[in-house]
Design a protein around this ligand. Structure first.
Ligand code: PLP
Length: 411
């Protein structure tokens, strides 16, 4: 009798954690456990035949690291696998990824529709740089996404958004946004690309593709890197789209360095462990802070008191997500003075910008991401002077709770 051969799972069928650790290097693969860093700007041709193959468009001939690099390529393959999408491109920073992805969609004369609560860098790119290229951005409130249909015209080529947003961790309903964009396409008769900055959730907590989003961009400096030691960005989508973004990468030059790519591969091995612990710590710290004196409001999508908790639950946990992320924003009684006092009194949490790493960080939005914004702009972004944004790390939760308790007692 013939014994049935056990079915061997493919890399694409593995869980996110396994994909992040092993990528496609499963089973009988001969080589180092930790991949080598190909720290070379260029590549030798075995003979001019390779140069000719390259000139004829063969993508497998390595030429120059701004175009492609094996260590960078390994990260790209792994990220695409983790996000169940055809292709990923790694950049030198989140902003390099975001600007290249946007400029591969829009050209002079086109328009973008966005929601106003965006990462400060992206918002300023929209406000200060794109108008110089004759590209306009129109804003639609996340509570009225149906307005996308009315706002769209034949010039609209892109709908761009972030969720959860910075620093209020508000939620944009992705399903509703995609639906409104498809209706807008019917009205205008042309394709409108949807692009989501998934930095605040990451693929562990939210899968925008499951709602029909076309492109995901992300600052890999945050959760994907996770150790406050690497700058990187990523664009993920279909092969065809990524080919266009790669052209932008080649000419704007925002390629990732091989050493940064190596650090990313190291980081991905603990991606799920880290972010899961961050999710748990953030939920616990948010609930703890809600009970403290001198705290006006705690904003965290995992709290029932959060105005968008129901949508967050549906689109984060509902799309296979493991939690609500690590960003907790507190609004203190006593305005910006209180925010400064608390940030300067913390002993475990570090007063530093950025987010998503293993260390707990605090920052004051009006002095960091939202610096130099007018009162009207701050209002549109929902930012108040007494806010402190906390990026919760993986420390012991008891230590974090007692650190914040002692800092709040000083007010
Ligand atoms: C939501 C979001 N998107 C994009 C960026 C830009 O990423 P990078 O700093 O890696 O260029 C940041 C940086 O803080 C961010 O918070």
């Amino acid at each position: 009798m013939k014994t049935k051969r056990p079915r061997v799972k493919k890399a694409s069928e593995m869980t996110l954690a396994t994909k992040a650790i092993h990528g496609r290097k499963l089973y009988a693969f001969q080589g180092p456990v930790s991949p080598p860093i190909v720290q070379s700007s260029n590549y030798r041709f075995a003979s001019s035949r390779d140069a000719i193959r390259y000139a004829e468009g063969d993508p497998d001939v390595y030429v120059y690291t701004r175009y492609h690099n094996p260590t960078v390529g390994e990260v790209e393959e792994r990220l695409a696998l983790m996000m169940n999408v055809e292709k990923a491109l790694l950049f030198s920073s989140g902003m390099a990824a975001i600007t290249s992805a946007i400029l591969s969609v829009v050209k002079a004369g086109d328009e973008i529709i966005s929601t106003p609560a965006l990462y400060g860098g992206t918002y300023r790119f929209f406000r200060d740089i794109l108008p110089r290229h004759n590209i306009a951005v129109r804003y639609v409130h996340p509570g009225a996404l149906g307005q996308i249909v009315h706002t769209a015209s034949s010039k609209t080529k892109l709908v761009y958004f972030e969720t959860p947003t910075n620093p209020t961790v508000s939620i944009v309903d992705i399903k509703e946004l995609v639906l409104a964009t498809r209706k807008a396409e019917k009205k205008t008769g042309s394709k409108i690309v949807t692009m989501s900055d998934n930095t605040f959730a990451s693929i562990i907590n939210q899968d925008p593709f499951s709602f029909g989003v076309d492109i995901v961009v992300e600052s890999a400096t945050k959760y994907l890197g996770g150790h406050s030691d690497v700058m990187a960005g990523v664009v993920v989508g279909s092969k065809k789209f990524i080919r266009d973004v790669h052209t932008q990468l080649k000419y704007y030059g925002g390629c990732a360095d091989p050493f940064a790519a190596y650090l990313m591969l190291r980081s991905l091995k603990t991606f799920e462990l880290r972010v899961q612990r961050q999710n748990e710590n953030a939920l616990a710290l948010a609930a703890f802070l809600e009970k403290q004196k001198n705290v006006n409001r705690v904003l965290y999508p995992g709290l029932r008191s959060h105005p968008h908790h129901a949508i967050a639950k549906q689109q984060m946990i509902g799309s296979g997500g493991k939690g609500y992320g690590s960003i907790v924003t507190v609004e203190l009684k006593g305005g910006v003075k209180a925010a400064v006092k608390v940030c300067d009194s913390l002993r475990v949490a570090i007063n530093a910008m950025s987010l998503g790493g293993v260390e707990t960080l605090v920052s004051i939005p009006v002095y960091s991401s939202h610096i130099n914004m007018t009162g009207k702009e701050l209002k549109n972004h929902g930012v108040t002077p007494g806010m402190v944004r906390i990026s919760v790390g993986v420390e012991g939760i008891e230590d974090l709770e007692s650190d914040f308790a002692q800092a709040l007692r000083r007010l």
